[in-house]
Unconditional design. Structure first.
Length: 105
């Protein structure tokens, strides 16, 4: 398996509320390697297909440059995603995971 490029991402989905069992990789919509810019048109089309297939949107995941803190944009988008998920899925709770690269050198 090859390494994933930085500042790429994808959508997380669930066919059973609370269990993420679907993922769609998104390379983004432009060549800016310093920021993840989702391909909104493609992802919106995907969400329509997921809805027809009864797959619930559960969040967005993306990779970062080697940095310790989330950007203000990342925090805002996480809040938007969490609010949407809680409205659309009758889950009692959700988890928000943030992983940092571990430097083994």
């Amino acid at each position: 398996m090859s390494a994933v490029e930085i500042e790429t991402g994808g959508l997380l989905g669930s066919s059973k509320c609370g269990l993420i069992d679907t993922f769609h990789f998104d390379e983004g919509r432009c060549c800016n390697t310093k920021e993840y810019n989702p391909d909104i048109d493609m992802l919106n089309g995907l969400l329509i297909n997921w809805n027809l297939s009864q797959i619930a949107f559960m969040g967005i995941i993306h990779s970062h440059w080697d940095k310790e803190e989330l950007s203000a944009k990342d925090i805002y988008m996480a809040k938007v995603a969490v609010d949407y998920i809680l409205k659309m899925c009758p889950c009692n709770s959700i988890e928000l995971l943030v992983f940092n690269k571990i430097d083994n050198t």
